[in-house]
Design a protein. Sequence first.
Length: 164
Amino acid sequence: MSTVTAIVSAYYAEEYIEGRLLNLIEQEPRPEIVVVCQANSVEYTTAKQHPVSIITTPDIPTIYHAWNLGIEQAHGDYITNANSDDRLYPGALAELAKVLDKNEDVGISYSWVDIVETIGGDPVSRFQWSEGGFDKLMGGCFMGPFPMWRKSLHDEYGLFDGTL
């Protein structure tokens, strides 16, 4: 299986970051974790106990600029953003990577999302994202909160627009 880098943009995330990092560390295979946060922000206990790369910024950048910082440091074949307040089911990253491993012509994989009222709570509903290609993507995001994509796409298309 290919390697995965999870980028966590951790601004205003003190309430969620420990749970997010533990959720990623418990994934199989364990992803490389890159946290992008503001300098002098809260220290994360989990980051001291497990290998987590931390990139600090002097201010709070846009989400896409933060992701770009993580992408530039990423070593994984695949990248996923890991929002601080989201959690993944066990094995979720492996399932997303499996789709890319088996389909060389696919650049991005994503999944349906269960909605919970509290972290760790039972799902109250499910959001099923539609399928689509590049043209549909140019009209708006239909992939949900944690897609996984090939890092090599950035070689071809460049990084995200950091002004957004």
